[in-house]
Design a protein around this ligand. Sequence first.
Ligand code: AMP
Length: 284
Amino acid sequence: MWIANDISTLRDHRAKAHGRVALVPTMGALHDGHLSLIKRAHEIGHTVIVSLFVNPTQFAPHEDLEKYPRPFKEDVKKCLAAQVDGLFAPTVDAMYPPEVLSSEVNIPELAKELEGASRPTHFAGVCRVVAKLFNMVKPHAACFGSKDYQQLAVIRAMVEDLAFDIQIEACPTIREADGLAMSSRNVYLQEDERHHALGLSKALSEAQQMIQAGESDPLIVERAMQQVMTAHHVAVDYAVIRHAQTLRQLDSLNLQVTGSAVALVAGKVGNVRLIDNRVIDADG
Ligand code: AMP
């Protein structure tokens, strides 16, 4: 497995890569969720490249950029075990050379709400770094987790609008045995907070049960999700039901008519901000 910390080294290796190249962009602190993306990348590509980069432009000044976990050696071992072909772990200066003027990439229509309401600069940072990674790595395909549902929608929109010739592969959310979605931020949770964090996945189960039992008013379902989260001491940021493709609000939850819906939740457990979601189909 090669490791590149700068773009010219990356390009040398990329030039020798064989077959279809599948990229898995990550911020490191790899867990089984990331490893499932790597597994999928092996299925859809011949060469698998993982990027490890804690991207400063997607963090707001008050967020956890400095203390974000960076267990580089363990990440390298996990990539070796997962038979990754190449690791691109650029320095901040390699990714954002100080002398280079910066461009803006964003999908304002999708990026302002939900995560974007709490984190106004977040998706512009995500779009910019993903666009740069696409231009640097030149993959045929890239794997993203459905855990970051809105991010996936934003990236799909960017790829379509900017005409990147790249297959975007959505991968399912990997969970702990009790339902907590795996996240690099779960390591911050204290013991009692780890239990409280289940409020997110339980709220999603509540929404699914209510909708499949015939509840058609999104506001009633959203209120029930909030109650479940609050009962678990989660400080609710949002708990909403949206159209699964467009993320638009729904007047009524008649899934036979609207197609799938998605329940999306975000909240803070202590100081740790967590997100989760579940797509809800008419047929369960
Ligand atoms: P991150 O390192 O948090 O930026 O995540 C890198 C990629 O892994 C993103 O596409 C995430 O959606 C995906 N990912 C994170 N957590 C999970 C999970 N629990 N299951 C599946 N994919 C995940």
